[in-house]
Design a binder for this molecule. Structure first.
Ligand code: ADP
Ligand code: MG
Length: 329
């Protein structure tokens, strides 16, 4: 049974094999609006279940801090106040926003947490979207330059009213990286932590790779390919996660900052890289950038590989995943 169908089957179920001590332990819980999956190899003197609980607690902590909907979250407070005053924020929040802006620079504005200035007007579950006039009015608010960070004072300020930020394109990767750190601190050597489409693998499965599936963007539960991976992070962004279709047009949750509308050049982007914060931010970014610019960026970055599927279903691979050219004897 492959990993993805196992996700589907074992919702909120703790799986413990029959061996007493050294064994695989796993759990899945719904947190941050997605499925959190943790699976690890528990050696004799490691309490695997306690380690899983610590990772799940970290996911909940990040959700409390970064949810755009919870009125008690630090992010909600920023969105309410930063256009009126300079706000002191935690160093954790400051660093993550600063990191987001670095990704904006790297991707020439494709990644932009101020996408939410228009993005918050969409409600995919309720099939709600802003009309063209409203988008036009708000579009100027999408620009990462509208966020002013002061490193010495650890403050944030927005240059205009109507600017909103959302960390949905990076927070899950951040949470996954923190989860892996927690497991490493407890001496765990083999594990996987996933938050929806963002995963990070620690070590391997007894000398064998983890097999990670890439979903068919047009077939629920269908897999297109499986990748053997270890000690790496992997994120997939797709237009099938949160969407609705109106008059044949797909409105989904990845927003092109230039248009305020869903990015429609691709169906899915998978990024493989050293850590999940990077793969998460880049999968969202390359989805917006499209094949040409996106692949150029992936090929230019050391340690980053990409698999992209365009809107006709064609596959594109970065140089690192191409078969090596055969050399003539
Ligand atoms: P998910 O795992 O939730 O499907 P993705 O990594 O595919 O996430 O990123 C989509 C999320 O990123 C959206 O739900 C939204 O919160 C955020 N987002 C959408 N457009 C942008 C953008 N242009 N820049 C940064 N974040 C974005
Ligand atoms: Mg992403």
């Amino acid at each position: 049974m492959n990993k993805l169908s196992r996700f589907a089957l074992f919702t909120s179920l703790v799986f413990v094999s029959s061996v007493a001590n050294a064994e695989w332990v796993s759990s899945e819980q719904a947190i941050m609006g997605t499925r959190i999956h943790v699976e690890l190899w528990q050696d004799d003197n490691i309490d695997g279940q306690a380690a899983i609980n610590a990772v799940m607690a970290e996911m909940r902590r990040i959700d409390e801090l970064m949810s755009p909907h919870k009125k008690t979250s630090a992010l909600y407070r920023i969105n309410q106040l930063a256009s009126q005053q300079e706000l002191r924020i935690s160093s954790e929040m400051f660093k993550l926003i600063a990191r987001s802006i670095e990704f904006s620079r790297l991707t020439e504005g494709a990644f932009d947490i101020t996408y939410a200035s228009v993005g918050h007007l969409y409600n995919y579950r309720a099939h709600k979207r802003p009309d063209r006039k409203t988008i036009k009015k708000q579009l100027g608010k999408i620009d990462f330059h509208n966020i002013v960070l002061d490193k010495n004072r650890q403050t944030i300020r927005f240059t205009h009213t109507g600017v909103f930020i959302d960390l949905g394109g990076i927070a899950k990767g951040y949470a996954v990286d923190n989860g892996i750190k927690i497991l490493q601190q407890r001496g765990i050597k083999s594990a996987i932590v996933s938050a929806g489409g963002d995963s990070r693998i620690l070590g391997n499965r007894h000398g064998r790779p983890w097999m990670m599936g890439i979903r068919n963007p047009r077939k629920h539960d269908g897999l297109l390919t499986r990748l053997p991976l270890w000690d790496t992070a992997l994120s997939t962004s797709g237009d099938y996660e949160r969407y609705f279709i109106e008059d044949g047009v797909r409105y989904h949750h990845i927003i092109d900052p230039k248009t305020g509308d869903s990015a429609r050049k691709l169906r899915s982007v998978t990024i493989i890289g050293p850590d999940a914060i990077t793969t998460d931010a880049l999968s969202t970014s390359l989805f917006i950038m499209g094949i040409e610019r996106g692949m150029a960026l992936a090929n230019q970055l050391p340690d980053i590989d990409a698999i992209m599927i365009d809107n006709k279903g064609r596959f594109f691979y970065s140089n690192g995943l191409q078969e090596p050219a055969t050399t003539k004897p």
